[in-house]
Design a protein around this ligand. Structure first.
Ligand SMILES: Cc1ncc(COP(=O)(O)O)c(C=O)c1O
Length: 388
């Protein structure tokens, strides 16, 4: 039985906010967080304002700043170090546009388990002189910091890693990777999409220089809103050439005479803020903040611990480590036929999961319960023939 201490709004205390649980065992927050009533209402608020007043610029800009300060709180950062973007892709593209790959320091080191967008953006820089080096996983499926250490040297401009792998659920040692990178003078990007909102991220200790993620998953918002934290001491040296008017030092000066990026991380913002995404996403983040990320992390660690134990008992191969310090909210289980297994879970059991490679991905969040865990373990037990 999972014990919830204090008044934290997790488990049964928050579940009523999410209608999906009336019919479904939702275990797919690694793809998209469940829709909360409050998030749906926020979309209505945006539409009502549009209907009544047309372009509500002040409210939109204010909501954009609410998102920036919420991201900053979640990351233990200053809002001046946070860019509000429309996707991880937009932020990372702007970041690499500020790096020069024409000289000796032209390498981008990425893990084999980067999300496709990071790998593709890295390889796009080959057109600008970059050389991309891949760090392969070790025997247990994690990307060890030692692998990064072998790949990083004086030619490395940028190192890309993930805080939590979307493919295996491993939590990576960002601090150890950053330590090596910094000794060689490289900038470190940690894609934290699979962590933000579910495990505590503190940019003061994480080690990375740039941290990105978005609102679709554990922040319970929509597509179209993301963030990029950039270490303040680096900002003045980074001049993005992929830019837009909301990155200017004075947005409403409306000048077309020069390029004058904002002194803060706003220089990585771009065009008109993603208004339809801001309303629901700010509402989604408020649910996460009310529960508190440390409480969510502790709760999810217990749920997933029970799930991994249950899966071990039925003889499943769990790719994600048992040690809570080495995993996040996602548990990956090997299957001989993932599409069939996920399809059967959805169609026959109303259990929503997802899959990557040969793994079923089962992700828990603040709204899941012991009951959800028991249901998915039992559904997998009765489909042992589809487990590898
Ligand atoms: C680790 C990770 N990075 C990035 C993304 C998405 O990037 P973008 O916001 O550019 O679509 C996802 C999921 O969609 C992800 O899991």
């Amino acid at each position: 039985m999972t014990v919830i201490t204090g008044e934290s709004k997790v488990g049964a205390a928050i579940r009523g906010e999410f209608p999906v649980f009336e019919t479904t065992t939702y275990l797919n927050s690694c793809s998209q967080g469940a829709l909360a009533r409050r998030v749906r209402a926020a979309v209505e608020t945006w539409l009502d304002g549009w209907d009544a007043n047309g372009a509500e610029w002040e409210f939109w800009v204010e909501r954009n700043e609410q998102a920036r300060t919420a991201f900053a709180r979640l990351l233990h950062a200053s809002p001046d170090e946070v860019a509000v973007t429309t996707s991880v892709s937009q932020g990372v593209s702007a970041l690499v546009s500020a790096l020069d790959f024409s000289g000796e320091r032209n390498r981008i080191v990425i893990s084999e388990y980067e999300f496709p967008t990071v790998g593709q953006i890295a390889h796009a820089q080959e057109l600008r002189g970059a050389e991309v080096v891949h760090v392969l996983p070790g025997g247990d499926g994690s990307i060890p910091a030692e692998g990064f250490a072998e790949a990083i040297d004086e030619r490395t401009a940028l190192v890309c890693c993930t805080a939590v792998s979307y493919r295996t659920g491993h939590r990576n040692d960002v601090a150890a990777i950053a330590d090596v990178a910094h000794r060689h003078g490289a900038v470190v990007l940690a894609d934290s999409y699979q962590a933000i909102g579910a495990i505590e991220l503190d940019v003061r200790t994480l080690g990375a220089d740039v941290v990105t993620g978005g609102t679709v998953k554990y922040l319970l918002g929509t597509a179209g809103l993301a963030f990029m934290w950039v270490r303040g001491s680096l900002l003045q040296t980074l001049l993005p050439t992929q830019t837009g008017w909301f990155a200017d030092e004075d947005i409403f000066a409306m000048s077309i005479a020069d390029y004058s990026p904002h002194a803060s991380a706003r220089r990585f913002d771009a065009g008109t803020p993603p208004v339809p995404s801001l309303y629901p996403s700010v509402a989604g983040i408020s649910i996460v903040e009310e529960a508190g990320v440390p409480a969510i992390e502790a709760y999810v660690a217990e749920l997933n611990g029970a799930m991994i134990d249950g899966l071990a008992e039925i003889g499943a191969t769990v790719v994600t480590p048992r040690d809570p310090a080495r995993r996040g909210p996602l548990v990956c289980v090997r299957s001989t036929d993932v599409e069939r297994l996920c399809g059967e879970l959805r169609e026959q059991e109303r259990i929503v999961t997802s899959h990557r490679d040969d793994n079923v991905r089962i992700a828990t969040h603040l709204y899941n319960t012991d009951d959800d865990v028991a249901r998915v373990v039992s559904a997998l037990a009765s489909r042992r023939q589809l487990l590898a």
